[in-house]
Design a protein around this ligand. Structure first.
Ligand code: GAF
Length: 495
């Protein structure tokens, strides 16, 4: 399975390089188990309906897998009500000031340099190094990877389940402490901007890439963490506008670097929550918690099974029988149009009509009630409910190394995102169709927020690079777009 290490960093300066602590499971919490009710209902529904609908075809999952699901759920289940009561009080409500504009791809598309490789600080050859920019060496280098979500899309802001892993491409932030409270930053995505500066405590949204940096210093200061000024140099290989979490990779690499530079007593999960808060409240993007948690905690060759309500998580090894491939469609998602915000608002409206707090509170047996919602709310809610069930099934497929089942879940997830949640675009559908036409592909789906971006494929081991290359070539011919194979990373292709 291709994939990069969880982001961490090295410390430099006068002495030899030092490792910045990046154990992705340092403050791991036990995963609390899944609700048996949803799983039994899912099984019954499949038994009743066979493969009559796209949502039951998700499913072409065989009986053995179902029995495994039910038995393992029975062993670890907590009652749905108990779980909701226990977790409900921990959920924070975030308010988004009216009129805030989404940061948009004007930022996301140019935040970091595109062509950087997976294992280097990602700089273009002629990019100035830290010493050239700031006249002294950096104290430390911090990093965080991008992420690819295997399944569980648009579930995180509904209190649901997600299953991301990391990609090899990373964002790097080199940092040197200053004696004053000035923050001076250079970004490889905006070399023409030169070094941009502001004072700690005077952060103001400017509608550009600097907002992500300001958001992190703003949220740390607001939470009472004592930081001083820094010089910082940002480079990245995480492609922007591709649904692979370039924003969170920047937030987390910077937050992690500041934690190290100033010895901040903040654990990984609180740091992820602060980074999400920076994006929600300073940048103005109403994202969920998946990306920050994945960039901080997901590990190489492992999927992070995350309950976004309790923030309990578990690291699950990816099966050795299959590899991932990730292909960027070359269609940059454009959340500036507000599509993501619209979907989130539709979910909230569905909840209001159903009389529930969030879509996590309903399961597959509520689908008849959900179907009575006005369009498109019924389909939006159906996606979230069935996607949550698919994540739980995917977890069981991972546990039993059932790649065929996992692939079918990928396919079903894509259909649900395309038809019910309507976050795909024709180019991405074409990529998925081409991938599905490959005999060694178990499944393929749009990954990330959608409206463009990348697809993730589950491919028989040993064939990811060749399959991805063929799919990308065929897509380029038919769409006129320029796709990029990100996983396996270029260095691995043909190896
Ligand atoms: C974006 C958001 F940032 C995530 O929180 C998540 O909602 C995702 O879209 C969709 O699953 O990446």
């Amino acid at each position: 399975m291709s994939g990069g290490a969880a982001g961490g960093g090295t410390r430099s300066g006068n002495g030899p390089s030092q490792s910045v602590s990046d154990d992705p499971h340092a403050d791991r919490q036990a995963f609390s188990g899944v609700g048996i009710r949803e799983l039994v209902v899912l099984e019954v529904r499949f038994a009743q309906e066979g493969s009559a609908t796209p949502h039951t075809r998700l499913a072409g999952v065989h009986l053995r897998t179902f029995l495994l699901i039910v038995v393992s759920a029975a062993l670890s289940a907590t009652s749905s009500d108990d779980r909701n009561n226990r977790l409900g009080s921990r959920q924070r409500k975030t308010h988004f000031p009216a009129g805030l504009r989404w940061p948009g791809d004007s930022l996301r598309g140019s935040l970091v340099s595109q062509p950087a490789g997976p294992g280097t600080p990602g700089e273009a050859d002629r990019a100035p190094d830290f010493a050239t920019l700031f006249g002294r060496p950096a104290d430390l280098t911090s990093s965080a990877p991008g992420r690819v979500n295997l399944i569980g899309e648009h579930t995180d802001y509904n209190g649901g389940y997600v299953l991301p892993t990391v990609i090899p491409q990373k964002t790097f932030v080199e940092i040197a402490r200053r004696r004053d409270r000035r923050v001076s930053v250079w970004s490889g995505g905006f070399p023409g901007d030169g070094v941009v500066s502001y004072e700690l405590g005077s952060e103001r949204r400017v509608g550009g890439w600097l907002d992500y940096v300001q958001g992190i210093t703003w949220v740390l200061g607001g939470a009472g963490h004592s930081i001083g000024g820094i010089d910082a140099r940002i480079t990245s290989g995480v492609p922007v506008g591709s649904g692979l979490s370039s924003s969170a990779a920047l937030e987390i690499s910077l937050a992690r670097g500041l934690r190290e530079a100033f010895g901040l007593p903040v654990g990984d999960v609180p740091l992820a929550l602060l980074a999400r808060r920076a994006e929600n409240e300073f940048v103005g993007a109403p994202v969920g918690i998946m990306d920050q948690m994945a960039c901080l905690l997901a590990g190489d060759r492992h999927a992070l099974f995350l309950d976004t309500l309790s923030l309990a998580y578990e690291s699950l090894p990816l099966p050795t029988g299959a590899e991932l491939a990730v292909i960027n469609s070359g269609v940059a998602h454009n959340h500036a149009r507000g599509d993501y915000r619209t979907r989130r608002a539709e979910c909230e409206r569905a909840c209001a009509l159903l009389g529930i707090r969030q879509l996590r509170d309903v399961g597959l047996d509520d689908l008849p009630r959900v179907a009575a919602l006005p369009e498109p709310l019924g389909r939006r809610a159906r996606h979230v409910i069935t996607e949550n069930a698919r994540v739980l099934m995917a977890v069981e497929a991972l546990r039993s190394a059932d790649c065929e089942c996992l692939g079918r879940l990928f396919d079903a997830s894509h259909r649900s995102m395309r038809d019910d949640y309507e976050v795909s675009v024709p180019e991405v559908d074409l990529l998925v169709d081409l991938a599905r036409g490959e005999p060694r592909v178990h499944g393929a789906r749009l990954t990330g927020g959608g409206f463009g971006g990348a697809i993730v494929l589950l491919v028989e081991t040993g064939h990811a690079a060749s399959v991805a290359g063929r799919v990308a070539d065929s897509y380029a011919r038919r769409s006129g777009r320029t796709p990029t194979v990100l996983v396996p990373p270029p260095a691995d292709v043909g190896a």
